[in-house]
Design a protein around this ligand. Structure first.
Ligand SMILES: C[S@@+](CC[C@H](N)C(=O)[O-])C[C@H]1O[C@@H](n2cnc3c(N)ncnc32)[C@H](O)[C@@H]1O
Length: 238
């Protein structure tokens, strides 16, 4: 599965940003801004890991938000697809952003030491991971105590307008994909959106022992942000 996902993103990499804006009517940018705001822990310095960073848009939003809030941030932007990472590097260079470090790696086995990060973000990638349980345990391992996960993704909207979304997702998006880019990839992407089970994700996060798990629906539930905190270590009393 992950090899297929990797090849799929190589096929669409060059059109990925443009197609995101078209498919979401530009709203994906606002969703990332919202996730970036959620990532601002009450600490002056933040070590952030953006998992499945793709072309780097969420990592960049995190930097912009940190700058606004006067925080010192370093983002490690990880992805397993070199074609997406090349575009991320190009974009960061063009924008003269120096506090994002692009890293090649797997979301399920990042290779970082335990307790390395204050915050872990991930945007629009959960549907692609082979095993969400393994992914959540990996985030918990590399987070510092009191650290936060901020997971942004799209899912089946929760609205009476479901029929409209169904038409948009299953007819218009694949047609746009076919016209300009790659129909199979966009058919896969929309069906993965429809199948994604937010409540199952919530249960995995709770079962992993995170505190205060919360899902915030955005734009009639077409997207959501899940946040949760890794518990602080309890000190033994004598
Ligand atoms: C839909 S894109 C999201 C990109 C970016 N986060 C954004 O906000 O636009 C999904 C990304 O997940 C990456 N990905 C999927 N599975 C992965 C894995 N197991 N490890 C690392 N990256 C993965 C893909 O290579 C792709 O770049």
């Amino acid at each position: 599965m992950s090899q297929e996902i990797k090849s799929m993103f190589s096929r669409i990499a060059h059109h990925y940003d443009k197609m995101n804006r078209i498919m979401s009517l530009g709203i994906d940018t606002l969703w990332r801004k919202r996730a970036a705001k959620e990532s601002m822990l009450d600490r002056d310095t933040l070590q952030v890991l953006d998992i499945a960073t793709g072309t780097g848009d969420l990592a960049i939003e995190v930097c912009k938000e940190a700058e606004k809030e006067g925080k010192d941030v370093h983002v490690h932007a990880l992805d397993f697809n070199e074609d997406m990472l090349k575009l991320a590097k190009k974009k960061l260079k063009k924008m003269s952003i120096r506090n994002v470090e692009v890293i090649s790696g797997d979301a399920l086995k990042t290779g970082f030491k335990e307790r390395s990060f204050d915050v872990i973000t991930s945007g629009f990638a959960l549907r692609n991971f082979d095993d969400l349980g393994t992914f959540i345990m990996e985030t918990k391992r590399v987070l510092k105590p009191g650290g936060k996960i901020v997971l942004l993704d799209v899912a089946r909207p929760e609205t009476k307008l479901l029929k409209f979304f169904q038409l948009y997702y299953f007819k218009i998006i694949p047609a746009l994909g076919a016209r300009y880019y790659n129909e199979d990839a966009y058919t896969y992407l929309v069906s993965s959106i429809w199948k994604f089970d937010k409540e199952r994700l919530m249960k995995i996060v709770k079962d992993a022992g995170f505190r205060d798990p919360k899902i915030t629906n955005l734009t009639l539930g077409a997207a959501f942000v899940l946040t949760a905190t890794k518990p602080n270590v309890k000190r033994k009393s004598n």
